[in-house]
Design a protein around this ligand. Sequence first.
Ligand SMILES: *[C@@H]1O[C@H](CO)[C@@H](O)[C@H](O)[C@H]1NC(C)=O
Ligand SMILES: *[C@@H]1O[C@H](CO)[C@@H](O)[C@H](O)[C@H]1NC(C)=O
Ligand SMILES: *[C@@H]1O[C@H](CO)[C@@H](O)[C@H](O)[C@H]1NC(C)=O
Ligand SMILES: *[C@@H]1O[C@H](CO)[C@@H](O)[C@H](O)[C@H]1NC(C)=O
Ligand SMILES: *[C@@H]1O[C@H](CO)[C@@H](O)[C@H](O)[C@H]1NC(C)=O
Length: 195
Amino acid sequence: MRLSIIFPCSLLIILSLLVPHQCITPSEEKPVDIINKTCNTCASKASSNFSYEFCYTSLDAIPVSHATNLGGLGLIALELALVNATNTISIISNILNKNDSSPRCNNCLVSCLELYLDISLRLEECIDEFVSGKKHDILYLWVSEIMQATTICELGFKDDGKVSPLTKENHNLSQLCGIVLCIIDLISPHLNSWF
Ligand SMILES: *[C@@H]1O[C@H](CO)[C@@H](O)[C@H](O)[C@H]1NC(C)=O
Ligand SMILES: *[C@@H]1O[C@H](CO)[C@@H](O)[C@H](O)[C@H]1NC(C)=O
Ligand SMILES: *[C@@H]1O[C@H](CO)[C@@H](O)[C@H](O)[C@H]1NC(C)=O
Ligand SMILES: *[C@@H]1O[C@H](CO)[C@@H](O)[C@H](O)[C@H]1NC(C)=O
Ligand SMILES: *[C@@H]1O[C@H](CO)[C@@H](O)[C@H](O)[C@H]1NC(C)=O
């Protein structure tokens, strides 16, 4: 009789300790998020320009990112880069086609347009290369060159004493390249095993 009283009581206490805990676990202690983990790792090991915030928001916007592996994240970042570079091409074309008299550097815009046309072609090659998972040293070089191209585009305006209308686009593409470079670094010892 005593036991039957004590037992349910202790069980209640145990349950009262367990239940709130179990309610919290799924939301606050969710299994390590691959995006979070990758962006954190890259923010701590990549260049000081690497933005955790940018990395997280860019990848988080793609739902499948949460259910993939490191290689998948690299591919998503490359595909985002391609979409954005393509988008930038039309942004530049629109600016060039606009008939306004505001001071602008048309030569710079034309150079950037050429750079971005090359970039988008190269990004398509990067995606093929990444999927085939073989020559990651070439991929690393290509993505580094794309990153440099965004700086060249940006500097063109600066050298001409003009405000760049493409700062955000250049910065975003550079950041996306930073994510890809970091991921290549992280997986290159066993690149093939990720696919
Ligand atoms: C990301 O990870 C950090 C620690 O590594 C943690 O403090 C933070 O709450 C996590 N953020 C998300 C959105 O999961
Ligand atoms: C970091 O950003 C600064 C200015 O924002 C730039 O001058 C520099 O080249 C960048 N470094 C890398 C490695 O991208
Ligand atoms: C740059 O990236 C941020 C973060 O992903 C996004 O919110 C913003 O719309 C992007 N801007 C451009 C011009 O691509
Ligand atoms: C890339 O482009 C898409 C579509 O234009 C945009 O929604 C997204 O914010 C951009 N992301 C980055 C990181 O620039
Ligand atoms: C651009 O402006 C010039 C002079 O203001 C005008 O002669 C020309 O027709 C305009 N072109 C377009 C495409 O609107």
